[in-house]
Write a protein that binds this ligand. Structure first.
Ligand code: NAI
Ligand code: MG
Length: 341
């Protein structure tokens, strides 16, 4: 039976990295029935007068799983982020971002291996904002709920236990934002008692930013609120060689969307040079979600082998290959693996 998966290529480099990822995923031998939606974001506005047509959301609800390229969000004005809308409408409360360097990639530290769990539906990032024209004052509301805090922190502990991770650091600003991130910390301390085999500690966000660029090995799993998680995940991507390789999953109780941490990269869009690795590694996470562990292992190994050999790497990784050459090379490796068994 083919897996029905909603496919959102997105814009900018989105269609380029998505095309590459679909080809590689199909080369693993797993059968997919893609439901593709091109008109999302500004293309959705152009074609249907809305950035996120209802058909996209209902397709994901039906299939329970989506693979998504980046979608551009206008800065300062214009339509609301499609990414934020999807996460909220589908209640995808856990954003999981593993940061681990691939072999041969030049990084500031060796052997960094972090997993970030970012609360994905609440906090400042929700964008509950008001502007008072008369007073010329802008307000933003960081709504944090006890239930929302509990479920992401529990998710992180369950993941840590299932993946034999050693520790969780909860990142907050509870010295200043006592009600919101204070409650988040309180829930972390309470839940930690239920998981005595996972070491728990906490750290204030600014201190964490310092520690991550000086002693990243001191940390293992990080659980934090939405905006802090957004910022720290780009920082951690930098620790393992850049945005080109870091995957992500947005997970809820009934659905999951797999997408890279990076955005639409307008500076290199349309040139055929984007690195598809981040979306490919999101594809590995998706294969596991679909219980296709064997295909996930094979694809992960093919990516690692590609990087170890240093062959056909894209420019952001110091190579000279374009997206097509990189993808072609990876598919050749997958089929060679297949034949050698
Ligand atoms: P960005 O992640 O698109 O790019 C930052 C830098 O990294 C650029 O120099 C870009 O060329 C490079 N880069 C990113 N991905 C790459 C890849 N796969 N291969 C090679 N180089 C890569 O961040 P930026 O420019 O701040 O955001 C652009 C747009 O993307 C914005 O509209 C933003 O809202 C949107 N965005 C969408 C996301 C999503 O759909 N989940 C996530 C993050 C941003
Ligand atoms: Mg981000």
């Amino acid at each position: 039976m083919a897996h029905a998966v909603t496919l959102i290529p997105g814009d900018g480099i989105g269609p380029e990295v998505t095309r590459a990822t679909v080809r590689v995923l199909e080369a693993t031998g797993v059968a997919f029935a893609w439901e593709t939606f091109d008109a999302v974001g500004y293309k959705g506005v152009e074609q249907h007068g809305m950035p996120l047509p209802e058909a996209v959301v209902s397709s994901i609800r039906r299939n329970g799983v989506a693979l998504k390229g980046p979608v551009t969000t206008p800065v300062g004005k214009g339509f609301r982020s499609v990414n934020v809308s999807l996460r909220q409408q589908l209640d995808l409360f856990a954003n999981v971002r593993p940061c681990k360097a691939l072999p041969g990639v030049v990084t500031p530290f060796a052997d960094v291996d972090l997993v970030i769990f970012r609360e994905n539906t609440e906090g400042l990032y929700r964008g509950i904002e008001y502007y008072d024209d008369r007073l010329e004052v802008a307000d933003s509301i960081a709504r944090v709920t006890r239930r929302g805090s509990q479920r992401i922190i529990r998710f992180a502990f369950e993941y840590a236990q299932a993946h034999s991770r050693r520790a969780i650091t909860l990142v907050h600003k509870a010295n200043i934002l006592k009600a919101t991130t204070g409650m988040f910390l309180e829930e972390g301390r309470r839940l930690a008692r239920e998981y005595p085999d996972v070491t728990f500690n906490d750290c204030i966000i600014d201190n964490m930013a310092l520690q991550l660029v000086m002693r990243p090995h001191a940390h293992d799993c990080i659980v934090t609120t939405n905006l802090f998680g957004d910022i720290l995940s780009d920082l951690c991507a930098g620790l393992v060689g850049g945005l080109g390789t870091v995957p992500g999953a947005n997970v809820g109780d009934a659905a999951a969307i797999f997408e890279a941490v990076h955005g639409s990269a307008p500076d290199i869009a349309g040139q055929g040079i984007a690195n598809p690795t981040a979306l490919l590694q999101s594809g590995v996470m998706m294969l596991r979600y679909l219980n296709e562990d064997r295909a996930a292992d094979r694809l992960q190994q093919a990516i690692i082998d590609s990087y170890s050999a240093g062959a056909a790497l894209t420019r952001d990784m110091g190579g000279t290959a374009d997206t097509e050459t990189f993808t072609h090379n990876l598919i050749a490796r997958l089929s060679a693996q297949h034949q050698s068994r």
